[in-house]
Design a protein around this ligand. Sequence first.
Ligand SMILES: Cc1ncc(COP(=O)(O)O)c(C=O)c1O
Length: 399
Amino acid sequence: MPFFSQTVQHIRSSEIRDLMKLATRPDIISFAGGMPNNDLFPVAEVDDIILNMNPDIKKMAFQYGPTSGYPPLLETLKKYLKSKGLPVDTHRLMITTGSLQAINILGMEFIDPGDLVLTENPSFIGGIAVFKAFQANIKGVPLQHDGIDTEALEQILETEQPKLLYVIPNFHNPAGIIYSMEKRKKLLELLKDKDILLLEDDAYNELYFSEKARQLSKPLMAMNHDGVTMVYTGSFSKILGPGFRLGWMLAPPDIYEKAQIIKQGIDACSPNFTQVIANEFMKKGYLEQYLNKIRKEYAGRKQLMQKSLKKYMPEEVTWTEPEGGFYFWLKLPQHMNATEILKESVEKGAVFVTGKTFDPEAKRNNYIRLAFSNMNKNDIDKGIQIISNAIKKNILVHS
Ligand SMILES: Cc1ncc(COP(=O)(O)O)c(C=O)c1O
């Protein structure tokens, strides 16, 4: 057998994926999946789009398309991003096969083995996996309730020269938090004239639960970021469906040019079929309607979960109430091992993801991530009670 590449020696199976296998037991209540509930997808709208599509456009949907994306979708998306204050006139837009592909492309474009990459700790497992695959030296910068710990970041920048900093300022996965305006400004100030690529992942931008959160969720790239080289990524996964495999990357022209060449070698173009549908979905005004519906739905689910957490969790467990997105991120007592809690919970019928999955060093494990987006909402209360009981039992055993 030939030797595996160095790359695969640096990748590890995601605990989430392994857990998903467990979570297929029909009776289990799963807080593990960070995805929408199947019953929420805009199936009727997509049916309408397909049934009423112009036959020439329909034929084209079967065809290859330009690497940078289906031109009408690029135009529609540009208008949409411009309305969010994003610099679509000075930057270039590329459609990618999910926003995870955008992160991958940037990894290939910028990371050599051993390069220092900073992520928040915790961070999105997909991003961590990409940086690991490119053999980056990943360092986690602590995340606080209002954003990245800028003091810790400042200290790192005094002595080290990272290549890239990866952040998720809005409705963070897994931490559920949103950056404060102070943290946003301080971050951009710290990176000014530093030759560090700032990668802003805004996959959850639209999923705010209040006007206050909407205002705060303005992208970093829409702020004055003179002297900071930035790439912005977004996704259709949370606002239409992950099965479309569509995301985007907004980048300065020189970064965009190289990204396009890299994408040509990966998949030539993202699926034309789903791009055509996504374009119609936006143009017909379905997106705004759908967003209004799911924001209410997720806010309601968040409310239910907050109520159950308050009802059942022991006082040793703390969390920040999310203002948008899919997740609660619970802090357990320092000594507690979330994997032990998980084993007990699975036995009793509830599953979630342990904290160390999201730690770039895969160590810190006194946190758990609970997604409220995916399961049957009538199961929230029962599931939270099961997990709370597992935590209480663990506290008793160790006291
Ligand atoms: C923070 C974050 N970024 C990116 C993605 C990837 O999304 P996509 O489906 O667009 O590849 C996810 C998916 O869960 C995510 O949570």
